[in-house]
Design a binder for this molecule. Structure first.
Ligand SMILES: C[S@@+](CC[C@H](N)C(=O)[O-])C[C@H]1O[C@@H](n2cnc3c(N)ncnc32)[C@H](O)[C@@H]1O
Length: 271
């Protein structure tokens, strides 16, 4: 190994790419010696996947002049809500998942308001603006994420933007009052069951006051029991999302569920 590295050294001083190559080679050989071939192959695969994920996410951000990539733990964010311990970290919806999700919606959305519960830096709101929604609202309780989302809304440049009425609201999702309009509601596993339950109670009460078309998209549906027990909602689709280079690693394949308001009585629990 040492001989191979020594042979690379003179050329590396002339070509910076080779310095990087010899550094990578050194690391691979060190890992190979310490961990053996199987684990080294696993580490190479993991690092390449991480590099690819960063590139794909950065490409989206650069293309649209925004900052939506990366994950952030709630412990590193400012948030006054007592629901903070029940919230899930920030992670943007992967790009192919967005495409798959919006293909499940009706073609004409001009009569619908899109609401992202736990909107983070606003990637899904920006993507939704490519569709003809009446308006788009994001609800996010972490101040830093809300500030970034507002900046993104200002800097976003997209030739095919169809909806320009977009608002990011800095508040707890349990305090948000659902507009009495047809709505598409989006959840990317934003909070734990207790909060999900309170949010669903609010939605159910709003529907009881004003029956209308409500479509719920639930990505990574960890608490889908909360939706399945509501008689005012019917599950219409449940599918795994396509393989996505931009997605954070996850030990199992994530799913996407779609629910719609049924014509059954507004308030009550399924038995
Ligand atoms: C998985 S991220 C979803 C990101 C975003 N929906 C997207 O598609 O890019 C979950 C987000 O929910 C937010 N969140 C968690 N609990 C919340 C609550 N009670 N009220 C409002 N936002 C909440 C987190 O701060 C985080 O940004």
């Amino acid at each position: 190994m040492q001989r191979a590295i020594d042979r690379l050294q003179p050329a590396a001083s002339r070509h910076p790419q080779l310095t990087l190559m010899s550094w990578a080679f050194r690391r691979v050989m060190t890992s190979f010696k310490a961990l053996g071939p199987r684990e080294t192959a696993g580490l190479i695969r993991k690092n390449l996947a991480e590099y690819a994920r960063k590139c794909v996410n950065r490409h989206f951000d650069r293309k649209y002049h925004v900052d939506t990539s990366g994950t952030t733990q709630l412990a590193d964010l400012t948030c006054e809500s007592t629901n903070k311990p029940l919230g899930i970290l920030y992670e943007p919806t992967p790009l192919r998942t967005l495409k798959c999700m919006f293909s499940m919606l009706p073609s004409d959305l001009s009569d619908f308001t899109f609401i992202d519960y736990g909107s983070g830096k606003g990637r899904t709101m920006l993507y939704a603006s490519g569709y003809n929604f009446r308006r788009i609202i994001g609800v996010e309780f972490a101040k830093e994420l809300h500030v970034i989302a507002q900046r993104n809304l200002k800097t976003y440049r997209c030739a095919v933007q169809k909806c320009h009425d977009i608002t990011s609201m800095c508040m707890d999702a349990t305090e948000f009052t659902l507009p009495e309009e047809n709505c598409v509601l989006y959840f990317f596993h934003p909070f734990r069951e207790a909060v999900m339950r309170r949010v669903l109670d609010n939605i159910e009460q709003s529907y009881a006051r004003c029956p209308r078309k409500i479509i719920v998209l639930y990505y990574h549906p960890r608490h889908n029991n909360v939706l399945q027990e509501r008689v005012f909602l019917e599950k219409r689709a449940d599918r795994p999302v396509p393989f996505d280079l931009s997605a954070e690693p996850c030990i199992y394949r994530r799913r996407l569920e779609l629910y719609e308001t049924s014509n059954r009585p507004a308030v009550g629990r399924a038995t």
